[in-house]
Design a protein around this ligand. Structure first.
Ligand code: FES
Ligand code: FES
Length: 165
């Protein structure tokens, strides 16, 4: 066990954990943020996607000791009440079916749009290819990302998210 200082959603957390424990378990079981999901545990499905210094990252295979000093953002950190343009677009497009994969999908979409606010469908497919949805919501995900891109341009969310999140 070790004492580790983490920055999650712009808050400092001191946790006692095995340095090799996957970040996902620290986020869910120690810090108590359960929006990030466990799917495969092998970096294959994207359910556990978080942002590490702004980049979409699989948390299920990442030892917690590797993220000390980095900026971790979970689905709970992108807005306080589902008001991020991507979340709004997801609701308006009624993207989720069972919902299990969707926090990971949204985190990958937000990371994409923070870097590329006018993605082509090919850009979207490339950025989202590591996020598996067993319910097959892919067409609506693509539609929602295009809608969110327009919202983000209109509200300048990209700049705000990069600065704050
Ligand atoms: S649970 Fe991490 S990629 Fe599947
Ligand atoms: S909505 Fe069911 S797995 Fe994606």
């Amino acid at each position: 066990m070790a004492t580790l200082s983490l920055t999650i959603n712009n808050k400092f957390h001191t946790v006692e954990a095995d340095p090799e424990m996957p970040l996902l378990w620290v986020i869910r079981d120690i810090v108590g943020l359960t929006g990030t999901k466990f799917g495969c545990g092998m970096a294959q499905c994207g359910a556990c996607t978080i942002h590490l210094d702004g980049n979409a990252t699989r948390s299920c295979v990442l030892p917690v000791s590797a993220v000390v000093g980095k900026k971790i953002t979970t689905i709970e950190g992108i807005s306080t009440n589902r008001t991020h343009p991507v979340q709004q677009a997801w609701i308006e497009s009624q993207v989720p079916q069972c919902g299990y994969c969707q926090s990971g999908q949204i985190m990958s979409a937000v990371a994409l749009l923070n870097k590329n606010v006018k993605p082509t469908n090919a850009d979207i497919d490339a950025a989202m290819q590591g996020n598996i949805c067993r319910c097959g919501t892919y067409p609506r995900i693509r539609q929602a990302i295009q809608a969110a891109a327009k919202k983000m341009v209109a509200s300048n969310t990209t700049l705000k998210t990069l600065k704050d999140g």
